[in-house]
Design a protein around this ligand. Structure first.
Ligand code: PLP
Length: 433
């Protein structure tokens, strides 16, 4: 897609996402469905062929053609310290030297659990899995077992991994049972999920009036960040807390993106709303595959071997992955990284505003809204014009050495390695592209 003859990085290659990426993509497509291990990587939302990366260094990535980009995708969020942070790499290598996997108990499980529970003081236990999807799967199973109820409540615009029960979209009307969002999800499964809009008090009350006594758990991203950045009012989250408590349902905060992102805590602390369970992923693995569920002993101890809820994994709590997580959380503990991210974020908001750009932002997470309209707070309010504007400019951003997540619906991330000049380059690209 990029035909630029010069490289801003001075690497001298013919094009961004150039010949090497194109050839690797063609090869991958022959043996992997769509050539990708996860669909959004295919660049379908922005056109062109995906860029194949071979190296990450701090705030930068280098592609197979030798082009260098400032990375605002950061592996979709785990790399809050930037690529290949020395402390994380050292911890990972050292753990790997001691053995890649044991499939037994080892010291790092308690080490990481203790660090996490320090940040989630309302929780007594953490159980580790391999991905955010698995964390959600486990939390949902626990909630159903704990309450003895069947229904789940989710909110349109929130993503919780590819769990069947949550690959569900709203039917017509507010308080309706869900419809399958993916082929292969059965109607029966979809009908066990109720879908409601975000930012709508009346809809929330209607759902609980209709289904409250049957809802095992309401699950949401407390700061929805998978369909744009749809910040919710605290009052709405507090109402959800009240309604779940009153109806005996659990409240699950899916903090796979938000956990440890805005401080050494969850987003629940930011909005002062306490869930019954939280799911974690991304940052707690420092770039390696780790997911987790945290909550009170009264719920978590229902997991096998103590209780009747089954959950297991050959790779769950892998020692190398947990070493990366421990090293990452230790770096975050002082709060200096979060301060840096807030400083960069404030600069981004300020500079964007000065250039007439609309941008949603919380801490080091941002989402450009490029049609010049207002910032939406519900998935239904995202305008096609903003999506098209993002798509139209994407190739030019690559040409300028700016790597944003390749979809208008995805948020961008900043890391400890990003510096003010990276913010200014981003604003120039967004404003000029
Ligand atoms: C809020 C949220 N929950 C769950 C998931 C699924 O996590 P994973 O991709 O690790 O399975 C994601 C992934 O982006 C997420 O953002």
């Amino acid at each position: 897609m990029n035909t630029r003859a010069t490289s801003p990085s001075g690497a001298g290659s013919e094009s961004r996402g150039g010949a090497a990426s194109a050839s690797l993509f063609a090869r991958a497509q022959r043996v992997i469905p769509g050539g990708v291990s996860s669909p959004v990587r295919a660049f379908k939302s922005v056109g062109g062929t995906p860029v194949f990366f071979k190296r990450g260094e701090g705030a930068h990535v280098v592609d197979e053609d030798g082009n260098r980009y400032v990375d605002y995708c950061l592996a979709w969020g785990p790399l809050i310290l930037g690529h290949a942070h020395p402390a994380v790499v050292e911890a990972t290598i050292s753990a790997a030297r001691d053995g890649l996997a044991f499939g037994t108990c080892h010291r790092r499980e308690a080490e990481l659990a203790e660090l996490i529970l320090e940040a989630f003081p309302w929780a007594d236990r953490a159980r580790f899995v391999v991905s955010g999807t698995e964390a959600v799967l486990t939390a949902v199973r626990l909630a159903r077992a704990h309450t003895g109820r069947r229904l789940l409540l989710k909110f349109s615009g929130c993503y919780h991994g590819h769990v069947d029960a949550l690959m569900v979209k709203a039917g017509s009307g507010v308080a309706t049972l869900g419809l399958a969002e993916s082929a292969g999800v059965t109607e029966t499964v979809a009908h066990d999920t109720v879908v409601a809009p975000l930012a709508d008090q009346a809809a929330l009350r209607e759902v609980f009036a209709t289904y409250g006594s049957q809802i095992a758990a309401a699950i949401l991203e407390p700061l929805p960040a998978n369909n744009g950045l749809l910040e919710q009012e605290r009052a709405w989250l507090a109402t959800l807390r009240e309604l779940t408590t009153a109806s005996g349902s659990l409240l699950i905060f899916d903090e796979v993106i938000t956990g440890f992102r805005f401080g050494f805590h969850g987003y629940g602390k930011v909005v002062d709303v306490r869930p019954d369970l939280s799911t974690l992923g991304k940052i707690i693995g420092g770039g390696l595959p780790v997911g987790g569920v945290v909550g009170p002993a009264a719920i978590l101890d229902k997991l096998a071997p103590l209780g009747p809820v089954y959950q297991a994994g050959t790779m769950a709590g892998n020692p190398v992955a947990l070493a990366a997580g421990v090293a990452t959380l230790r770096e975050l503990r002082s709060g200096a990284v979060h301060q840096h991210l807030e400083g960069l974020g404030a600069r981004l908001s300020e500079r964007a505003k000065a250039r007439g750009l609309t941008l949603a932002r919380v801490g080091g997470v941002f989402w450009p809204v490029l049609d010049g309209g207002s910032i939406p707070h519900r998935a239904e309010d995202i305008r096609d014009g903003a999506v098209q504007a993002f798509k139209a400019r994407y190739a030019r951003w690559l040409d300028a050495g700016i790597y944003l997540p390749p979809s208008a619906y995805e948020v961008g991330f900043l890391s400890a390695a990003h510096q003010p000049e990276h913010i200014d380059a981003l604003v120039d690209a967004l404003a000029g592209g």
